[in-house]
Design a protein around this ligand. Structure first.
Ligand code: UD1
Length: 429
């Protein structure tokens, strides 16, 4: 087990390069299973969730190999198993993405149902309903979804317009590209990760239109051929570094990113008096005075991303005035606020709302990360806190952030990692 140790109070200065997107790359890895041949992906981040997905692919008979930094070759010609191992699905919900490609290519899929999650109720009923609508016979038994079909048939699939589920949109799109006939996905997710997955599939020969909108139309094709494709920059990492600059103060240049994906975050920061300048593929975030309070409400893209709600809450915790936060996507996404309050924040949570009264400064405390984005929020809080903060649960950050501590150290933060014996770790639980 490892802890992250941060001595707060240092401003951040310099440049940081944004890595390839976690949530963008995971669907591409699943999509590559549809290709009977080789695919090359670039800008693949070296993070735990990617490694878990690669283990999943290998377990199904797909060969994967890094052939350069961030360049991954995938060969799915020998796809043979239809059983996804429980141990991998348990570690990462996105491994359920293999269900759609398995059904499309082999007509069968046996994938354990992912369980609950610390950020809230996260069922996969919309994915399953979508497979059924495309003609699969699906049963759920002993925690495993078993699905089969001769060949999936195109159909009209209605997703829940409240959520515009990213995961369900991707899984159904992956199932539909090789189906017989036309599939229309209504209330589809418009997230950039869906767009990039559809662009990849199109480059492989899929016939998809309406991407980036809420109705996606897919005309099934008989086969896909491999291509070379670059993963988009990680907008959650981008947002995390934007908020890091806002919380710690200073001026940070974020390179290799896409400002067009960050419109709502830029707006929230600007509203707080943080300066954000952007070019085609960079952002500069500067803050010299205490940030001002700003309200946000999370929403499906292009709304404010739920994954950056915890980072915004940290900024609100040290801002001048009272901010109201509304979480509309996940029902238990405030689990990190108790830890922030232990660092001196003043956050009251009622249902899906949080009222945050800014305090002049936070103070160090031993805290524990319970999910990826909660972990990022605690690191940001520690950057702004007086004293040395020990954050347990560093492994959560490794799931989604590539070299986070190195990158922050490169900007002048005093941050390091240390191993903790099991016994000592229990002290923080
Ligand atoms: C993805 C992202 C996650 C992000 C989330 C919302 C990945 C690997 N993860 O998660 O970081 O926070 O999008 O932008 O890309 N829902 C159902 N039934 C379903 C599917 C979803 O009720 O079958 C509900 C969920 O409970 C949630 C909402 O829909 O309340 C949104 O979930 P969804 O967009 O599917 O999120 P994920 O794809 O799991």
């Amino acid at each position: 087990m490892e802890q992250i140790v941060v001595s707060g109070g240092r401003h951040l200065h310099g440049a940081v390069s944004i890595s390839g997107s976690k949530n963008g790359t995971l669907p591409l890895l699943a999509a590559a299973m549809l290709v009977e041949g080789e695919t090359v992906l670039e800008n693949v981040p070296q993070i735990e969730d990617v490694h878990t997905m690669l283990q999943m692919l290998e377990a199904l008979g797909v060969h994967t190999r890094f052939i350069g930094p961030g360049v991954l070759k995938i060969d799915a010609s020998d796809l043979r198993s239809i059983e996804a191992p429980y141990d991998l699905v348990r570690r990462m919900r996105a491994s359920f993405y293999v269900a759609g490609p398995l059904l499309a290519r082999t007509g069968r899929a046996e994938v354990p149902l992912p369980g609950g999650c610390l950020i809230g109720n996260r069922p996969v009923d919309l994915h399953v309903q979508g497979f059924k609508t495309l003609g699969a016979i699906v049963s759920e038994d002993s925690g495993v979804m078993r699905a089969y079909c001769q060949r999936l048939r195109g159909a009209r699939v209605y997703l829940d317009p409240r959520y515009r589920s990213l995961g369900a949109t991707i899984n159904i799109m992956l199932a539909a590209v090789l189906a017989d006939g036309t599939t229309v996905i209504e209330s589809a997710s418009r997230e950039p990760e869906v767009v990039s997955c559809a662009q990849f599939l199109r480059r492989c020969g899929a016939d998809i239109s309406g991407i980036g909108g809420s109705t996606i139309t897919i005309h099934g094709v008989d086969r896909l051929q491999g291509c070379r494709f670059r993963s988009i920059p990680d907008r959650m990492e981008t947002g995390t570094f934007m908020y890091a600059a806002a919380v710690a103060g200073g001026s940070v240049l974020l390179e290799d990113t896409l400002p067009e994906h960050m419109v709502m975050v830029t707006e929230a920061l600007t509203h707080s008096g943080v300066q954000v300048d952007c070019g085609d593929n960079y952002l500069r975030v500067s803050r010299d005075r205490r940030p001002l309070a700003a309200d946000i409400a999370t929403a499906p893209y292009p709304g404010f991303p739920t994954d950056l709600q915890p980072c915004h809450c940290v900024m609100a915790s040290v801002a001048e005035g009272k901010s109201i936060i509304e979480e509309a996507i996940f029902d238990a996404r405030y689990n990190y606020t108790d830890e922030l309050n232990r660092m001196g924040a003043n956050i009251r949570v009622a249902g899906n709302m949080a009222v945050v009264v800014g305090v002049p400064r936070l103070s160090a405390a031993p805290v524990e990360a319970t999910d990826i984005r909660a972990g990022a929020a605690l690191v940001l809080a520690a950057l702004a806190a007086e004293g040395r903060t020990h954050i347990s649960g560093a492994e959560f950050l490794d799931r989604g952030y590539e070299r986070l501590t190195d990158k922050l150290r490169g900007l002048g933060a005093e941050i390091s990692r240390r191993s903790v014996e099991g016994k000592e770790a229990l002290c923080w639980v």
